[in-house]
Design a protein around this ligand. Structure first.
Ligand code: AMP
Ligand code: MG
Length: 877
């Protein structure tokens, strides 16, 4: 046969794939089933994120399996009736799986492609085909069991090896990307030493290694077994090629070292489970468990009220709070809160009790929090803007002794709440009569201990209702001391109070200012973002601020020369933002779940370049990066973050089961608990942690923590809705939106706007989907699981409203449409009905000023968020 005839021959042999009985059609059907729901790509411990266009630059490493291990492997293969290739494939699958790639490990393998046809055997040419061998490591099998699985899969694959790989890719149609190889990214090949067979008369043959400066795959391993003339195993040479776009040499070297080590362990004990093989050397283990967690500092445990009272005693005349012309000294703040505390004690408030606080940002709010604390109770922040239904749930669940509020803010509270109206003259008078000297245990209903509740903060719950996190005083002194030190807060500092008290990060603002003699500066109530935030910070001469990354979008760093220190936290910090904001000031990335008291890791001052880390553990915090069996993973490998230390919350209010699930026994500190964060992180080589994402569905939008399950439960409870799914989409870069998808009950026709309105009646604004799409059926994968990637981009009802009548209306409608990313906007259309959200409204407000000279505050815009709202307001001026 001539090479040119090969294709025709192949077609003749295999048949077309339209022909159902042809070899090709049968083989294609096999692969469709065998490779269903293949992971799109393997998550390996990359040093850099994958570029959109690979350079194909490669690096090269060779290692040796010594003769002794080689003999062990041969023996292992023989005993379990597998080939050496299968043993190495199984070992490689274990390495990748334990390096963060999951339990479904596809590996590519070249096959000779000469099939069974004798006619091909003497033909010179390149017929190599590529097969995808998929190893199933689920259920933590023993190595023996894994070898059995690998053999079964491989034999079946070899029996269907004739479908050309390109054809397979066409048929299976995986998500195609220029960035990575389809179907598999790791290759394993055996390169048996054939030089002896080649040594024909008059011909000298010698194997030459290919130069390893290019890489087609993420990793590609080629092995060659050597034998003594009598056939005794004499070692295996492994040549490894890696994509230099993704890996550093050291990382791959460490990986290969682990590969050899795990082969040794399995050879010694083939019954060992995949999860039990030790990946870390003793030194690495010591590093990740102990050395990088060596954070001990002697910080005496102090209850929150004493921390602030001590500062008041040190700097009584310094200004503690400043707000809209009001300035309270430390002595004043102390006295006011002492009086209110005594009033509360008179109402039965004391340690372990809860007092809700529903007030807008104001000095009164800060004094109220301190008063609750001085009385010995836990404060429960309530955002007065939340729907009455949600507030009602929180109050019923937490059962507070009192709700501190004022007339305006109490409008949304359920009727029979035990309110204390702080602007009620009778209350003011009663409070004023109380003595203002320091409150001590002698005044309290019982002595206040560090283990008592300091506050209860509600956060989204995946089961459909929010959950109250109960935090004690134990971590607060440590947090305050660490933050004052790290952020270099001095009595001259002016710390902004920007965050809602419903975010625990607000305590970082309050505590670090009020325990260092600095001034806490409070802008008027309302959410600030973008340019308005920047203007406010400049006007108020803020030196220190804590913000969510999203709030900075649209603000210009150059205009804030006075801002010395910027702490960004609460959600992933984009590298571009660091580049923009880190010059001219110190910028920190702070991380911490509410369940661990505000902040547990913080980066050092950041500089532009690369993904910003979330830092090493804070003083007295330990962080463990573990796999699903609570085994530490090696540096560079993704694992789930577990946290231990004094700041661990007591648990979830009234939810012992959930508490037990998330606060688990710490294997590294007998008798201690650790909190399971659900965050995927990895150790960098310098002992700082890098945030990679979530292990579950929880999301953050503009700093708000949202369990999609909670929103789904609300949508699913609406009449006519059978199923609901809620996801975050980023269809335009930087514009993250919450989108709900519902599948109607048979015959029902739910109305998207009605569903959003229903959600808004029970959920806080940030949890209401920006769009709801009604789909005939939710898209499912072959396995019957929800296929998230197949969910369509939301469409927004557009142009329904009145058409613009004046040139200004027309231009404004265009601006709305542009900011929202929709085609048309009517004059009366609500910005939020068309998918708008708080961040986009900040962008819009900035553009209004920039392009039209229309100065409108975010708050006023929210009052009537439409074109007619803006023109109406302008007309009145
Ligand atoms: P919260 O309890 O509202 O503070 O939310 C805690 C969660 O927010 C964490 O578990 C992370 O998922 C996320 N998070 C907080 N800070 C950061 C950060 N700096 N980088 C990335 N994610 C963060
Ligand atoms: Mg936090």
């Amino acid at each position: 046969m001539q090479y040119a005839d090969y294709t025709l021959w192949q077609r003749g042999l295999l048949g077309g794939d339209q022909d159902h009985d042809s070899v090709l059609a049968r083989q294609v059907a096999y692969w469709e089933a065998a490779l269903a729901d293949l992971p799109e790509q393997l998550d390996l411990p990359f040093d850099r994120s994958r570029p959109a266009l690979p350079t194909y630059r490669g690096g090269h490493i060779t290692v040796e399996v010594d003769a002794e291990l080689h003999r062990g492997l041969v023996e292992l293969a023989r005993k379990h009736q597998v080939t050496m290739f299968m043993v190495l494939q199984a070992g490689l699958a274990v390495l990748l799986s334990r390096s963060g790639a999951g339990t479904d490990i596809p590996i590519g393998v070249p096959v000779a492609g000469r099939g069974g046809d004798e006619g091909l055997h003497h033909l010179v040419g390149f017929f190599v085909n590529t097969l995808v061998l998929r190893a199933d490591l689920s259920g933590d099998p023993s190595f023996t069991e894994l070898l059995r699985r690998v053999r079964d899969t491989d034999l079946a694959a070899y029996a269907h090896q004739d479908v050309p790989f390109e054809r397979l890719v066409e048929v299976l149609n995986p998500v195609r990307s220029t960035a990575h190889h389809p179907l598999f990214q790791v290759m394993l090949a055996s390169d048996e030493d054939t030089s002896r067979e080649w040594a024909a008369e008059g011909l000298r043959a010698e194997g030459l290694p290919l130069a390893g400066d290019s890489a087609k795959f993420d990793l590609s391993l080629t092995f060659r077994s050597r034998h003594e003339p009598d056939g005794t195993p004499d070692g295996i040479g492994i040549a490894l090629e890696y994509a230099a776009d993704l890996f550093d040499h050291d990382t791959v070297e460490a990986l290969v070292g682990r590969f050899i080590a795990l082969l040794g362990q399995f050879t010694a004990d083939p019954g060992l489970r995949v999860g039990d093989v030790e990946l870390l050397t003793a030194a690495e283990r010591d590093l990740v468990v102990s050395r990088w967690n060596d954070t001990t500092r002697d910080i005496p445990m102090t209850v929150l009220p004493d921390l602030v009272a001590a500062q008041a005693a040190r700097t009584p005349d310094a200004v503690a709070l400043e707000s809209d012309g009001v300035a309270w000294t430390y002595a004043e703040l102390d006295e006011r809160s002492n009086r209110l505390a005594r009033h509360l004690i008179g109402l039965g408030v004391g340690p372990e009790r809860v007092v809700a606080v529903a007030l807008p940002r104001s000095p009164d709010l800060i004094a109220a929090i301190l008063a609750v604390s001085k009385a010995g109770a836990a404060h429960l922040p309530i955002d007065p803007g939340y729907p009455a239904d949600r507030i009602g749930y929180m109050l019923t669940d937490a059962n507070p002794v009192a709700v501190l509020t004022n007339r305006a803010a109490s409008a949304n509270l359920p009727e029979r709440s035990p309110v204390v109206l702080l602007d009620d003259p009778a209350v003011t008078a009663a409070v004023a009569e109380r003595p203002g000297h320091p409150v001590t245990d002698d005044d309290r209903t019982a002595p206040l201990l560090a283990a008592h509740r300091a506050y209860v903060i509600y956060t989204s719950g995946s089961t459909g209702r929010p959950k109250g996190v109960v935090v004690s005083h134990q971590g607060l002194a440590n947090l305050a001391a660490f933050m004052v030190h790290t952020l270099a807060i001095t009595p001259e500092s002016r710390m902004a109070q920007l965050l809602s008290l419903s975010f625990d990060m607000s305590l970082l603002e309050v505590l670090s200012a009020l325990t260092s003699g600095a001034t806490l500066v409070l802008p008027p109530p309302g959410q600030l973002a973008g340019e308005e935030l920047a203007d406010t910070m400049r006007e108020l001469r803020i030196t220190h601020a804590v913000v969510a990354p999203a709030a900075l979008a649209g603000a210009a760093p150059e205009r804030l020369p006075g801002l010395e220190c910027l702490v960004v936290g609460g959600e992933a910090l984009p590298a571009e933002m660091v580049a923009e904001w880190s010059t001219g000031r110190r910028m920190f990335n702070a991380y911490g779940p509410t369940e661990t008291t505000v902040c547990t890791t913080i980066s050092g001052p950041l500089t532009a370049g690369g993904a910003p880390p979330i830092g090493p553990p804070n003083w007295n915090v330990r962080s463990y990066v573990l796999d699903s069996r609570l085994t530490p993973v090696p540096p560079g490998v993704a694992g789930e973050l577990y946290l231990a230390g004094p700041g661990l919350a007591r648990g979830y209010l009234n939810q012992p089961g959930l508490t037990a699930l998330r606060f688990v026994a710490c294997p590294f500190e007998p008798g201690q608990r650790m909190y399971r964060t659900g965050d995927l992180v990895r150790w960098r080589d310098d002992g700082e942690l890098e945030y990679l994402g979530r292990v579950d569905q929880q999301v953050k939008i503009r700093g708000f923590r949202i369990e999609p399950g909670e929103v789904e439960a609300v949508l699913a409870a609406q009449p006519g809705v059978e199923h609901a799914v809620v996801v975050v989409r980023e269809d335009r870069p930087g514009d993250r939106r919450l989108v709900g998808y519902v599948q109607p009950e048979a015959g029902a026709v739910p109305d998207p706007a009605g569903l959003r309105a229903a959600a808004a009646r029970v959920l806080p604004a940030h949890m209401v989907p920006n769009a709801v799409m009604v789909l005939d059926a939710l898209p499912l994968s072959i396995n019957g699981k929800l296929d998230r990637k197949a969910l369509p981009a939301p469409t927004f009802a557009t142009g329904a409203g009145r058409k613009p009548a004046t040139p200004l209306e027309e231009q404004l409608c265009e601006l709305f449409a542009e900011v929202l990313g929709v085609e048309r906007v009517g004059v009366d259309d609500s910005f939020f009905e068309l998918g708008g959200h708080s961040l986009l409204s900040a962008v819009l407000v900035a553009r209004l000023e920039e392009q039209f000279g229309i100065a409108i505050s975010l708050r006023d815009f929210l009052g009537d968020p439409s074109v007619s709202g803006i023109t109406g307001r302008e007309a009145q001026r």
